[in-house]
Design a binder for this molecule. Structure first.
Ligand code: T3D
Length: 267
């Protein structure tokens, strides 16, 4: 039986999803897309899941689209792919919309769509050995999976243009320095750092964190006025959660708060 393209490890309060095609540097083929979609949907449905870590098996995080599936035979015309609409765009939308934080633990090279899928996660921690490559320009494509949206917002227009047009690897340390990612850590520390972060999220006020995601997701397209209105509405919603009451009580009583998680009170 062939290896599973996606491995899922269900832990106390969070899940670890591993892209598992190490011989191909975890490049995306159809089977991996389908399995990843299933893994994300299952995590979303499981009310005990309050955070997700995504990482890669072997020496890479993900090398983007498996180009072996795009090889035109001699004499044939261009390969027309519908994978953006079918797989990559829904994947990025799902990562952004999941009602809990998603942590990318980038263990090695993240190239093409692999890079932009990592950047679509809420927090990116990378091993020092990792690098980020907008490889698209090398093969005549454009940065997809939200790359042209995320890059200028994260690192500014000048750096975004150079990353996209030159397609040079950006080492993890520089990626942190530029604000492309949250943090670069020693290779041996990556798994532990990402795990500690997910354990923290698994004990956090998850409904509030989901509302933070909603607010930040909306801010790119909103005016200040619209964003202020959204903050008002979300803050009202957040303040009605049992977690807010518990958070305030715990603060006043100088003890650690015990948050309810994703389970809603029966109405
Ligand atoms: O059509 C559509 O669906 C449109 C959507 C496109 C989305 C995209 O992601 S387009 C961009 C696709 N990705 C790339 O262009 C990156 C290609 N890979 C690389 O440039 C390099 O492999 C890396 C810079 C990522 C790593 O380089 P290195 O020297 O560390 O490793 P390597 O020797 O190049 O790769 C190791 C093996 O993985 C090798 O196979 P082999 O020779 O050992 O049998 C290589 O062919 C394979 N591999 C790496 N990336 C891919 C891949 N095989 C298929 N597709 C890949 N993307």
């Amino acid at each position: 039986m062939s290896e599973q393209p996606i491995l899922v490890d269900v832990r106390e309060g969070y899940r670890v999803v591993t892209l598992n095609r190490p011989d191909k540097l975890n490049a995306f083929n159809e089977a991996m897309h389908v399995a990843l979609r299933k893994a994300l949907e299952e995590a979303e449905t499981d009310e005990n899941c309050r955070a997700l870590m995504i990482t890669g098996a072997g020496r890479a995080f993900c090398a983007g689209q498996d180009l072996a599936d795009r090889l035109a035979k001699p004499g044939e015309g261009p390969v027309q792919s519908t994978s953006i609409e079918t797989y990559y765009n829904p994947l990025v939308r799902k990562l952004r919309a999941l009602p809990f934080p998603v942590v990318a633990a980038v263990n090695g090279v993240a190239a093409g769509a692999g890079c932009n899928v990592a950047l679509a996660c809420d927090i990116v921690i990378a091993a020092r050995a990792a690098s980020f490559i907008q490889s698209f320009a090398r093969i005549g494509l454009i940065p997809d999976s939200g790359g042209t949206w995320a890059l200028p917002r994260l690192v500014g227009d000048a750096r975004a243009r150079a990353l996209a047009l030159l397609a040079e690897p950006l080492p993890a340390e520089k990626a942190e320095h530029w604000g492309l990612i949250w943090k670069c850590v020693d290779d041996a520390a990556l798994a532990g750092e990402a795990q500690t972060m997910c354990e923290g999220f698994a004990a956090a006020p998850t409904q509030g964190l989901a509302m933070i995601k909603r607010a930040l997701n909306a801010s790119g397209a909103n005016t200040l006025d619209a964003q202020l209105d959204l903050e008002r509405d979300l803050q009202r919603e957040a303040s009605l959660t049992p977690d807010y009451a518990e958070g305030v009580r715990a603060f006043m009583e100088k003890r650690k708060a015990k948050f309810a998680g994703r389970k809603r009170e029966p109405s």
